[in-house]
Write a protein that binds this ligand. Structure first.
Ligand code: ARG
Length: 568
């Protein structure tokens, strides 16, 4: 935002320090008439050895007085910042007249390969798989909006031991692929049970893996039907969620199989492989196991099979090589953080990740139930995703039924947007690295930091605009504290998007939208827009603010993959 940029510029010219963009320069202030407080002079005094009040005064004198009034130095060296009303009003008008609401297009576009969702096929997705899908989808939208070329890829687990087991089970039950598998989960569990209790079956399953890898026709045919069945199930979930992943974005583990021999040869050729207990391994430096011994990435197991590590090495080679990606992002649970650190270290050694390539594991915490256990472990049963999403829509409909006067058909449509939005927002509004407790109450509380709260504020603004026959552009006159506060939020939208992208942290955009919705509600409660007899300039001024608020809330939600209904 210009206000932050302005202060950073003042710091540079007063103290000669270039601030890290992640330093929090401004905090909101509770003092009446003061917009922000900054403790930056106190932080810099420690670095420079100059008394904080002196640093503060130097910064205050260097600010652009068109944007903020001369900041007052208070206490030990705080700066009290008041944004100039004329500047703020012009900034609102600029944003309202811009389809991007002030968010710039990046000047350094990247080609980003983004790995997300990536469930294991043939098991039904459960709530634990939602996080990668929802966070990844929001990041695709945000990065594309910023002007990057984003290539999503769904690294579906569709290869290896479980598929030998499953195919063998399908042969046993005589499945020919003509009928759908009613319940993939049950099928998987039955196969697993047999594998664990029947040694003869386990042997057959292991031979099946070998047959699959060798390309045996019958085995491959059943495997293909099984994967197609699983893809159908995934497509259904993605459609329900409004996530844009399709089968064209699927680059499952099987996709990389033809590249594995070549990748191994390449690594061997570069002198990076070592034989350890018959397995071909890489030992990127700096990784040690619990007992202190070097920790391997296993490229090929002693029985000749390739596994997860080998596939991922081929994956980074493929995306940075032929696909020319400059950035590799992996939205995968935090428990795999060691895997990715090792993988990236090995990728650097092998020259797949060069200096220009940015590779990052975008981790996230576990989804817990209300008793604090990982959701998937509940009595061995998982809450199925399709059921869960249907329940979210039903509950949203109940909440709406009590509050809104929409007709049944429209209400059903809104309930879908609200229910699905609630699930997404609940995941997105929590710092992704924290574990997250899945509770309905938190998800659909209209008064809390929920999608519904933001959606309601948007629908209120939309209803005013409808009644007024559209929004207005121009410079609003910010007469009251509520108008001033709302304007201050609205012009910070580009900042919120920027902060969100810099750390791949959708919860920052959620927090911003929640605060902005609250500021809009404060404005709505105290500043009548369409009151009979109101002077026309007050009306049009407030319509500018209402219009920009509606646009900011709708665009912000859409960047998170959440709909903003016009009526609720
Ligand atoms: N299928 C894996 C799992 O469910 C996640 C794959 C993530 N992507 C990757 N390239 N390793 O744990």
């Amino acid at each position: 935002m210009e206000i932050t940029a302005q202060l950073a510029r003042a710091v540079r010219s007063a103290v000669g320090v270039e601030l890290d963009p992640d330093v929090a320069l401004l905090q909101s202030s509770r003092r009446p008439g003061v917009d922000f407080q900054s403790d930056i002079a106190l932080q810099l005094a420690q670095v420079t050895g100059v008394p904080p009040r002196e640093v503060a005064a130097a910064i205050a004198n260097a600010v652009d007085r068109e944007v903020v009034e001369l900041p007052e130095v208070s206490g030990p060296g705080f700066l009290n910042v008041v944004v100039r009303r004329s500047w703020l009003s012009a900034a609102v008008a600029r944003a309202a007249g811009d389809a991007r609401l002030g968010v710039p297009v990046t000047s350094s576009p990247r080609r980003i390969a983004l790995d997300y969702s990536s469930p294991n096929a043939a098991k039904e997705m459960h709530v634990g798989h939602l996080r990668s899908t929802i966070i990844g989808d929001a990041l695709v939208r945000l990065l594309r909006f910023a002007g990057h070329d984003v290539v999503p890829h769904n690294h579906v687990g569709d290869w290896g031991t479980p598929f030998g087991m499953l195919v063998e089970h399908l042969v046993d039950v005589g499945w020919d692929g003509t009928a759908g598998i009613a319940d993939l989960n049950t099928c998987y569990q039955d196969a697993r049970r047999k594998f664990d209790s029947d040694p003869a079956f386990a042997d057959r399953a292991r031979s099946r893996v070998v047959a699959l890898q060798r390309g045996d026709d019958r085995t491959r045919e059943l495997w293909r039907l099984l994967i197609a069945e699983s893809a159908r199930h995934l497509d259904e979930i993605y459609a329900l969620l409004g996530v844009s992943l399709t089968s064209a974005d699927t680059y499952g583990e099987s996709f990389y199989q033809p590249m594995l021999d070549e990748t191994l040869e390449d690594l061997r050729h570069k002198g990076l492989t070592e034989l350890s207990d018959g397995a071909v391994c890489l030992f990127p430096p700096g990784f040690r196991g619990r007992d202190g011994s070097p920790l391997p990435l296993i490229v090929r197991k002693s029985d000749g099979a390739y596994g997860y590590h080998a596939t991922d090495l081929a994956t980074i080679r493929y995306w940075t090589g032929p696909r020319g990606a400059t950035d590799l992002l992996f939205v995968v649970g935090a428990p795999q953080s060691l895997h990715f650190r090792q993988l990236f270290a090995a990728g650097r050694q092998a020259g797949y990740l060069t200096g220009e390539v940015h590779a990052e594991h975008i981790g996230f915490g576990t989804v817990l139930d209300e008793d604090g256990r990982p959701v998937r472990s509940r009595a061995g049963e998982s809450v199925k995703l399709a059921d869960l999403l249907a329940a979210a829509v039903d509950r949203a409909d109940e909440v709406l039924a009590a509050r809104s006067s929409l007709g049944t058909a429209e209400r059903a449509e809104v309930a879908r947007a609200v229910g699905i939005g609630a699930v997404k927002y609940a995941e997105l509004s929590v710092d992704r690295l924290r574990d997250y407790v899945f509770t309905w109450d938190r998800m659909l509380a209209p008064g809390r930091n929920t999608a519904m709260y933001v959606q309601y504020a948007h629908a209120r603004a939309a209803s005013i605009l409808r009644a007024a026959g559209g929004s207005v552009v121009g410079r609003p006159d910010l007469r009251t504290p509520a108008e001033h506060a709302l304007a201050l939020h609205l012009v910070r939208f580009p900042d919120a998007v920027d902060a969100t992208l810099r750390t791949h942290a959708p919860h920052k955009l959620c927090a911003y939208l929640h605060e902005t919705a609250a500021a809009f509600n404060g404005f709505y409660d105290t500043c009548p827009v369409l009151a009979a007899g109101a002077p026309p300039e007050v009306r049009s001024s407030r319509l500018v603010l209402t219009g920009l608020a509606a646009s900011v809330l709708a665009l912000g939600l859409s960047l998170l993959g959440i709909e903003a209904p016009e009526r609720m």
